[in-house]
Design a protein. Structure first.
Length: 91
């Protein structure tokens, strides 16, 4: 049982890191927010966190993460279909 708990803690830490790292990068370098790779990191983090919340039977957090997965997919679609250059000086 302790080994399973450690695996879940590792899953939680990895998923949280994959969500937090892009937030820090986007905060420090706002132009990186247009990168599709940031949204892939969010997506992987939310998928792993969804698996964690499913295994822990935390249904409210699972529902929230599933909603965030949808938003991640929308963000990836937008970035791949029309790259955003919000730092350009063109109006």
């Amino acid at each position: 049982m302790a080994e399973n708990d450690n695996s879940l803690k590792i899953l939680s830490w990895i998923s949280s890191s994959l969500i937090l790292a892009p937030v820090i990068v986007i905060t420090l370098f706002p132009g990186s927010g247009a990168s599709v790779w940031m949204f892939f990191a969010f997506l992987i983090g939310h998928v792993l966190l969804s698996a964690y919340t499913y295994l822990k039977k935390e249904w409210a957090l699972l529902a929230m993460n599933l909603g965030l997965i949808i938003l991640d997919l929308i963000g990836i679609y937008i970035r791949l279909s029309e790259p955003i250059d919000f730092l350009s000086t063109k109006c």
